[in-house]
Ligand binder design. Structure first.
Ligand code: ADP
Ligand code: MG
Length: 596
């Protein structure tokens, strides 16, 4: 008996669509790129409900004839074959001529279009790959495509979409990338009727400023280098403005946005010594390479670009960035003048670290898998259980809630800080070494969690309210967290489109930490890994704790050390930091005896 059947076409279309259309932002990307390809100089993006209800792109490009309008929804229909050599072509290889076909397989699409030379335009309504109607209309030259109720016919995919804040962030990311690489085009973006962007035709520098705010202007350092292999241009951000989040890092290869850990690393190395480990320097780098030197491996969701001469490009990029940093006296303290990397591009090869950095791509990444965090947890805990305690009465002292963790004589903890990193103290069985930062994170984490869960707020009013500048999208993100932030002790005087004024902070937090806390909050909130079912309160408490906690390298007064020790062992779970790393370890006399 034969059992193999061809899939019905609408099913095949849906499957194919899954590769092109993952979320509303994918629709945005495809429609914007089509509008640019059509030669539009003004493009409007209208979004409703983070793209769930509507993504509409209106352009003033060349439009389509009636036949082409109808054809454009056919799979493999494209007017762009001649661009085969394009990076972009390769960038979406396999999907050429498939965008509109794929989108119309999973949404309700309405296209209105007219060419300059035609009297009348065409309106086509198509739903789940089925053309419902086609009629002549009056329409200005150009094209308007509305994509409504994305995944209306695939509830599972619809449910898979993340929060509005995350989906809109993805949409804004796509718009940003396209707007940065096409600064001469005017873009508008509206979300639920609110204007998010109005970017007028300009140059790259002004476009960057229009997107990231006026403050970035003075932070930009131009960069320019031309070699046979590679032309680099654009801007890098001065190291002192490096951020905790990666938001402002953009690579464009032959004017198409790409991600590249490898190139990222080159830039990071060039900034080495100028920014610390957790900070990410900003950059807007445009690389131009001969198209034939590209070799692109395509994965439906992840584009990996390989260059024939990758390590050469790495070296040039590294040296160019380093050169700019030196040239603009951004880092006068470094001896750039004697740095041989300056002699680039001719002598770079032997001047660079011979070992190339590894790029890690997690191919087995599974967003549904939760991390196995508490591996050593029980072992540690048991260890403490078995300890002897010096003074049993202390159990009644009230500071220690858990007898398991009751280690010290309460009144007289003798502590010593070593290497501004660990607090050491003697206990009956030997010694305990406490990681000061993790311990403090644990303490603050439990406090914040308690506040968030019980609404037990202590806010500290600021004498001078602090104004903080953000991107519009970041403000949207903050707005989605506002209730939790208030529950943890923040108070806001006002929240505007691209800045907010804070007039109260949780007592545990210093004013100087505000920027990094908010950067981290926004960052974490926008991370892809946020799945539904994820406990946001716990996460917020973690970030607040991490940002506010004492860091490694910080000197602590004796009183502070004692407080830290005391507070740690008053915690419900003193053994582990909120990230699941041990807060302390012990060394018993027996162990010492064995060693000596
Ligand atoms: P591709 O862009 O890969 O060619 P698409 O499915 O995105 O494939 O589009 C199919 C075709 O429809 C395009 O090649 C182009 O001719 C036409 N098209 C799509 N969008 C527009 C637009 N906004 N203006 C003019 N023509 C368009
Ligand atoms: Mg296209």
């Amino acid at each position: 008996m034969d059992i193999i059947q061809l899939l019905p076409e609408h099913v095949a279309n849906q499957i194919a669509a899954g590769e092109v259309v993952q979320r509303p932002a994918s629709v945005v990307k495809e429609l914007l790129e089509n509008a640019i390809d059509a030669g539009a100089d003004t493009i409007k993006l209208l979004v409703k409900d983070a793209g769930r209800t509507l993504v509409q792109v209106i352009d003033n490009g060349k439009g389509m004839s009636m036949t082409d309008a109808r054809m454009s929804f056919e799979r493999h229909a494209t007017s762009k074959i001649r661009k085969t050599e394009d990076l972009f072509q390769l960038h979406t290889k396999g999907f050429r001529g498939e965008a509109l076909a794929s989108i119309s397989a999973v949404a309700q699409v309405e296209m209105k279009t007219k060419q300059k030379e035609d009297e009348v335009g065409t309106k086509i309504v198509i739903e789940g790959s089925k053309v419902l109607s086609q009629e002549p209309i009056t329409h200005p030259t150009g094209t308007s495509i509305s994509v409504k109720n994305l995944f209306y016919n695939i509830p599972a995919r619809r449910n898979f979409l993340k929060s509005d804040a995350i989906e809109i962030r993805h949409i804004m990311d796509e718009l940003q990338r396209i707007a940065l690489s096409n600064p001469e085009i005017t873009f508008f973006m509206y979300h639920n009727e609110n204007e998010i962007y109005h970017l007028t035709s300009s140059n790259l520098r002004k476009r960057i400023v229009a997107i990231f705010g006026t403050k970035i202007n003075e932070k930009l350092v131009p960069i320019e280098e031309q070699t046979d292999l590679l032309k680099v241009s654009g801007y890098i951000v001065k190291p002192e403005f490096a951020k905790k989040k990666r938001g402002e890092q953009f690579f464009f290869v032959n004017n198409r946005f790409i991600r590249s850990n490898y190139f990222n690393h080159a830039v990071k190395m060039a900034y080495q010594g100028l920014v610390n480990e957790e900070q990410h320097p900003g950059f807007f780098l445009f690389l131009e390479v001969p198209p034939q030197s590209l070799d692109i491996n395509i994965h439906p969701t992840k584009t990996e670009i390989k260059f024939d001469n990758e390590s050469d490009l790495y070296a040039i990029l590294y040296a160019t960035v380093k050169h700019s940093l030196g040239q603009y006296n951004v880092a006068p303290a470094l001896d750039f003048n004697r740095d041989s990397a300056l002699d680039l591009p001719y002598q770079y090869k032997d001047k660079l670290p011979s070992k190339e950095p590894e790029i890690k791509v997690d191919r087995s990444f599974n967003p549904f898998q939760t991390e196995a965090k508490n591996r050593d947890w029980e072992a540690l805990y048991t260890g403490i259980n078995e300890m002897n305690f010096e003074n049993p009465e202390i159990q009644n002292a009230g500071t220690f809630q858990s007898e398991d963790t009751y280690l010290f004589e309460h009144q007289e903890i003798k502590t010593q800080q070593i290497h501004n990193k660990y607090i050491v103290s003697t206990i009956k069985s030997g010694m305990v070494f406490i990681h000061q930062s993790r311990a403090h994170q644990r303490i603050l984490f439990e406090r914040f969690l308690e506040k968030l869960q019980n609404g037990n707020v202590h806010s500290q009013q600021l004498l001078f309210p602090v104004q903080m500048q953000f991107e519009k999208s970041e403000i949207l993100t903050i707005k989605t967290m506002i209730e939790d932030l208030m529950a943890s002790g923040f108070t806001f005087e006002s929240i505007k489109e691209d800045y907010l004024i804070i007039n109260g902070v949780p007592v545990e937090i210093e004013e100087t930490q505000l920027q990094s806390i908010f950067d981290e909050l926004i960052n974490a909130h926008q991370e892809e890994t946020l799945q539904s079912g994820f406990d946001y309160t716990v996460h917020l408490a973690k970030i607040l704790a991490k940002s506010a906690a004492v860091k490694v390298g910080q000197n602590l007064q004796e009183r502070e050390q004692e407080e830290l020790v005391n507070n740690l062992f008053s915690c419900k779970e003193p053994t582990l930091s909120p990230d699941g790393k041990p807060c302390f370890t012990t060394l018993t006399i027996e162990e010492l005896d064995r060693r000596l």
